[in-house]
Write a new protein. Structure first.
Length: 255
């Protein structure tokens, strides 16, 4: 089906590209922040078991997981505020204009000898000239398929420098997506500078902005303009599992 947009461009609804990482109850599930793997197990109560393979009438499983640590998730400013704010209900559009870019993070040697990989203004600005978009997806290099199964804990993954915040403001980005566990450094003493800057906490709070982390975009998906359908589970929490779906943008009937 063709879905026409206000400017005459359109998307094809059968061309959606799922950028989420599935949740599975195994050691192979992607994880971060020192959490154990998620657990998916049948309910067992009063002699009844929620597993058809074990004689139950239905499969009836409980799932124990952490949205921040176990896969693709979308979060709001409630992630860093003392007052509880939920991400549920923030996304009020079916589709958001979007740009996908691929970035080779800058290498920085720290005083303690550790090596940081940082997404900087210099590494993204040249790819965004002339664009306006409600969302930005950052795919970092290298982009191995193993990202879907990594244990990121204590690996110092790539993160974002606050110097890209003015670029996001100029572009009109309210929804930032990235394929790393966090936009901030894994160990930063709790500063979370990028989170605070993007959401304007505490002095200029942006309730309309979201950050989506641990997405995965295969290499065959080309950089450029898309429409984004950012699907989220209706959890009343600062973060929720999500399923970002990209749709290639067609400009005319000949595309």
């Amino acid at each position: 089906m063709q879905l026409f947009l206000g400017d005459g461009s359109y998307i094809l609804t059968n061309e959606g590209i799922d950028c989420s990482i599935p949740l599975e109850g195994t050691e192979q599930n992607v994880r971060a922040w020192y959490v154990s793997p998620p657990v998916i197990e049948p309910v067992r109560e009063n002699g009844w078991v929620g597993a058809v393979a074990e004689g139950g009438s239905v499969n009836f499983r409980s799932i124990h997981f952490n949205p921040h640590g176990h896969g693709t998730h979308t979060e709001c400013l409630g992630h860093i505020t003392s007052e509880v704010h939920s991400v549920n209900g923030i996304l009020d559009e079916l589709l958001y204009s979007s740009v996908l870019i691929t970035v080779a993070p800058e290498i920085r040697l720290q005083a303690d000898g550790s090596v940081d990989r940082v997404v900087t203004a210099a590494s993204i600005s040249g790819q965004l000239e002339g664009f306006k978009a409600e969302s930005l997806i950052i795919r970092t290099l290298p982009n191995e398929q193993g990202k879907m199964h990594l244990n990121y804990s204590d690996t110092n993954p790539a993160y974002c420098d606050v110097d890209i915040l003015p670029i996001l403001d100029k572009l009109g980005v309210n929804h930032l997506l990235i394929d790393t566990p966090s936009v901030d450094r894994e160990k930063d003493g709790g500063e979370l500078a990028f989170h605070h800057g993007f959401w304007g906490v505490p002095n200029n709070q942006r309730f309309d902005r979201t950050i989506t982390e641990m997405v995965y975009i295969p290499d065959e998906v080309l950089d450029g303009e898309y429409m984004l359908n950012l699907q989220t589970a209706p959890f009343v929490n600062d973060a929720t599992p999500s399923r970002p779906v990209l749709f290639p943008l067609h400009r005319n009937a000949e595309d």
